[in-house]
Write a protein that binds this ligand. Structure first.
Ligand code: C6P
Length: 404
């Protein structure tokens, strides 16, 4: 059970006003808010431990290293990776995807195929297009239906022995669709293809088990799950990470360097060139602790309640259309009102202190599918309330009246 009033006390930002009104934060899919338990860890790090890691014999450096590596273990445990060295700390989802796409440059050739879903964020499209340009492999798209669900019979037809890689998000950022990734991974493995799951939108809502999923790569960003920006993780199966070349060269990722030849460090350091976001990594661990204290089952059931309530209330507004009506959906509502540009609705809501995202949500192919320029997206977290949803509904009604 969620005690939302108590939880809200953990988030200092929820006390502020925007445009003279109490902030109502419904842009959680873009970035989540940060609880004081995580803010405290950041302050504590810079007040007491700040040093570079893996390099110094001095106490501060060793303490910072221990905290950073303890966070990696926490992340390993959370995602149930078999080994801590299968967890690569990145700057976020985008970094993780680019790292893998770059690694596959030497493993693909003309005639190979890679499959992307129609529901992807640009981060999970563009790096693969760049990979295809480098290698001559072809990018094929798994289509979706009007509800924003992937068409699994089309996926079956696209899979063949030519398929080398499948990349799909666990949850769509623009529509909230939860994709059937278990089934997709199984089917991809049957033809020998590797699978990368973009978990940027799933990790705030569910706790993925990478061993149970048998997924090859899973990427996410800490800032979507109560952590800071600029840090994330890439899980990769040991055998894949050993097969792939390093992404960036520099300090930390080497074993021996001479002007003739460099040999590389083992996992995970081979993929972690340069000074990482040390404080960010430690705070990522604290964010995972915080979310586990609330409990992912509690989070999922409360957010589902918010989603059902908001869907029902918003659909009472004449002319309002929701995009993304999948059976399996998380707490994201993308909508438009007939004849009104989403940006105008977002601007009026902001005047009322209500933060939503408007536009294409870095998912232009989805907008093209629906033949719209964008949507208004309200995305809910476990610290939102039904009263806030009532205010949103009222705000949308007012915006509609002003703009019609
Ligand atoms: N989506 C949104 O408002 P980064 O920027 O690397 O932390 O995450 C990129 C990313 C990748 N995949 C999905 C499914 C995402 O939702 C995002 C980030 C935000 O929807 C900001 S564009």
């Amino acid at each position: 059970m969620i005690n939302v009033n108590k939880i809200r006390e953990d988030f200092p930002i929820l006390n502020r006003e925007v445009n003279g009104k109490p902030l109502i934060y419904f842009d959680n899919a873009a970035t989540s808010q940060t609880p004081k338990q995580v803010i405290d860890v950041i302050v504590d790090y810079y007040s007491n431990y700040n040093a570079n890691i893996h390099r110094g014999v001095h106490t501060l450096s060793q303490e910072a290293t221990d905290l950073y590596e303890a966070a990696r273990l926490k992340i390993q445990e959370h995602f149930n990776a078999k080994h801590s060295y299968e967890i690569i700390l990145t700057s976020g989802t985008t970094h993780g995807i680019n790292l893998i796409a770059n690694g596959f440059s030497s493993l693909l050739q003309r005639g190979d195929e890679v499959l992307v879903s129609a529901l992807e964020h640009h981060s999970n499209i563009v790096p693969w297009q760049m990979l295809c340009e480098r290698t001559g492999a072809s990018l094929k798209v798994i289509p979706m239906n009007e509800n924003g669900e992937l068409i699994m019979s089309a996926y079956d037809s696209l899979l063949s022995e030519k398929t080398k890689l499948v990349f799909v998000n666990h949850i769509s950022n623009a529509l909230g669709t939860i994709n059937p990734i278990e089934e997709m991974i199984k089917k991809a493995h049957q033809v020998g293809a590797a699978v990368l799951i973009d978990g940027a939108q799933s990790c705030p809502h569910i706790k993925p088990d990478v061993q149970e999923l048998d997924v090859d790569f899973y990427v996410t960003s800490a800032h979507k799950m109560c952590g800071p920006t600029g840090v994330g993780m890439l899980f990769g199966k040991e055998e894949w990470l050993n097969k792939l070349p390093p992404y960036q060269g520099g300090g930390e990722m080497i074993d021996q360097v001479t002007f003739e030849k460099t040999t590389y460090a083992g996992l995970p350091h081979k993929f972690e060139a340069g000074t990482p976001n040390i404080c960010g990594g430690i705070a990522f661990g604290a964010a995972i602790d915080y979310m586990n204290t609330i409990g992912f089952d509690n989070i999922a059931s409360y957010e589902h309640e918010l989603l059902s309530y908001a869907t029902m209330q918003l659909l009472n507004i004449d002319g309002l259309k929701i995009y993304g009506t999948a059976k399996d959906k998380t707490s994201v509502i993308s909508f438009n009102i007939e004849g009104i540009h989403p940006y105008d609705i977002g601007t009026i809501l902001d005047k009322m202190g209500i933060a939503v995202r408007t536009g294409h949500h870095c998912a232009q192919p989805i907008m093209d599918f629906f033949k719209i320029p964008g949507t208004v997206r309200a995305s809910f977290a476990f610290y939102n309330t039904k009263e806030e949803i009532d205010a949103l509904v009222k705000g949308v009604e007012t915006a509609k009246m002003m703009l019609s």
